[in-house]
Design a protein around this ligand. Structure first.
Ligand code: HEC
Ligand code: HEC
Ligand code: HEC
Length: 88
């Protein structure tokens, strides 16, 4: 029984590590931004965005317009115009 519980916990833990929503949307007055986490993850390593074990990253206006989103877009050819990210 104990072994089973440990096995179940391990599975749950692994699942949590691997799990992230396919897409995350950020509502804003400027228009909704859709971040396709899955598509980004398929094109690049987790480490392109996550340090160490991937976990939640706080995204706000300041970080999105710099390091968390836009800096990489400038460097690697992602969208950098306001309306490429913000859709009404
Ligand atoms: C292009 C950047 C990028 C890549 C590549 C990326 N992530 Fe993320 N990830 C993010 C951002 C940004 C968030 C925070 C989204 C939010 O909730 O606002 C996030 C959130 C997460 C979370 C937390 C989910 C939650 O809601 O608690 C996990 C777990 C995660 N990513 C795992 C991964 C794994 C595993 C990979 C590689 C297969 C990966 N990520 C690749 C940017 C990225
Ligand atoms: C490490 C690099 C990197 C980071 C960080 C990153 N992106 Fe991107 N993103 C890209 C690249 C490269 C593309 C272009 C992919 C393509 O055209 O195939 C892209 C494309 C996009 C697109 C357009 C997708 C489409 O269907 O045309 C949106 C919107 C986007 N990113 C939003 C975000 C947001 C929001 C964040 C931050 C939460 C973010 N990205 C973080 C590299 C990144
Ligand atoms: C790479 C994608 C991207 C680009 C390009 C971008 N933004 Fe954003 N913007 C975001 C994300 C993500 C947020 C964070 C929303 C949040 O805090 O949940 C944001 C937040 C904002 C907010 C805050 C809105 C609110 O309701 O608090 C404003 C205003 C804004 N952006 C304007 C702009 C303008 C103007 C431009 C062009 C000069 C621009 N953005 C370009 C992704 C982008």
């Amino acid at each position: 029984m104990k072994k089973l519980i440990i096995a179940v916990m391990l599975v749950a833990f692994t699942f949590t590590l691997a799990y992230a929503a396919d897409t995350v949307t950020y509502e804003s007055k400027k228009g909704t931004v859709t971040f396709d986490h899955k598509a980004h993850s398929e094109k690049m390593d987790c480490a392109a965005c996550h340090e160490g074990t991937p976990a939640k990253i706080e995204v706000d206006k300041k970080s999105a317009h710099k390091d968390t989103c836009k800096s990489c877009h400038k460097k690697d050819g992602g969208p950098t115009k306001c309306n490429d990210c913000h859709k009404k």
